[in-house]
Structures are given as C-alpha cells and as structure tokens.
Design a binder for this molecule. Structure first.
Ligand code: FES
Ligand code: FES
Length: 155
C-alpha cells in the first residue's frame, strides 16, 4: 500500500508517495532520477547499487525504502560539492583512470568514500577487504587501489 514517505537524500528533503517495501534503488532511479547507483545483481552481491546510509556504504537494491526514512542518504551525485567540484575520491578515480565500462564505478567510489572516512591511510589489503563486495568484470581493481591511495593523500 502506498504511503507518503519523507526521505533525506543528498542534503535535500523529498516526499514520495510509494509502497514502503519498494527497494531504495528503485526510488532513487525511477522516482528521483538519481542514476548513479546501478542495478546489477539485485541480490546485494555485486555492489553496483551502493549508496551511503549515514556514512556507511550499503547496497540499495533490496533495502526497503521504509527502513531508511530517518537516515541521511547520499548517492554518487551527492558527493559533488555545491560549487560543482568533484569529491577527492571522484577526482582520484578520474586521475588514475580507474574505470573501463564504468558500471561498477558507482559502488567502487561509494565504498572508497566510506572507507576513507574511517581509515585515512588504508593499506592495499584493507582496500581490497573493504571493496570485496564491489564486483568488476572489467578488472580495474589495481587502478582502483591506486585511486584510493591518491584520494587518501588529498583528504
Ligand atoms: S545490484 Fe545491488 S548489490 Fe548488485
Ligand atoms: S569497469 Fe566495467 S564492471 Fe567495473
């Protein structure tokens, strides 16, 4: 059954009339046209749909929107500053060319932002562990590790 739900996304309040069991990813992409998070597996196993929920990287493809009404939600677009400047992690991914098809890029960036929030100087192993959920079929992993380290120097 549809309800009027209030969500706080990328620093703005949104009100949406939708069933609270709808996955957050569908609300972001279909209702709000926030297309940074991608639909990959739909099973919380590939990381393509990652968003920040109160600063933690979480897959949004099976997360009922009704469970995050009190949370601060940040998508890839929300990492960009008010002046249009890219987040240091986004800049580092561009600099290190850490993308091929770009499908996994959203999740890689979101997970990297969450990692650097809690660990300013992660080792290769820590980066690998944190990004283990983010599946990339194109094999950009070594460049991603380089990008995370570059971003760590700029933060
Ligand atoms: S689409 Fe959500 S984890 Fe794969
Ligand atoms: S760059 Fe293609 S899936 Fe990662």
């Amino acid at each position: 059954m549809k309800n009027n739900l209030k969500l706080h996304i990328n620093g703005r309040d949104h009100e949406i009339n939708i069933d609270p069991s709808t996955p957050l990813l569908y609300v972001l992409r279909n209702e709000l046209k926030l297309n940074g998070p991608k639909f990959g597996c739909g099973l919380q196993q590939c990381g393509a749909c990652m968003v920040l929920i109160d600063g933690e990287a979480r897959p949004s493809c099976r997360m009922p929107v009704g469970t995050v009404l009190k949370s601060k939600i940040t998508t890839l677009k929300g990492l960009i500053g008010n002046d249009g400047a890219l987040h240091p992690v986004q800049k580092a991914f561009v600099k290190e060319q850490a993308a091929q098809c770009g499908y996994c890029l959203n999740g890689m960036v979101i997970s990297s932002v969450a990692l650097l929030e809690k660990n300013k100087n992660p080792s290769d192993t820590e980066i690998r562990q944190e990004l283990a959920i983010n599946i990339c079929r194109c094999g950009v992993h070594s460049r991603v590790i380089k990008a995370v380290k570059t971003a760590a120097q700029d933060l």
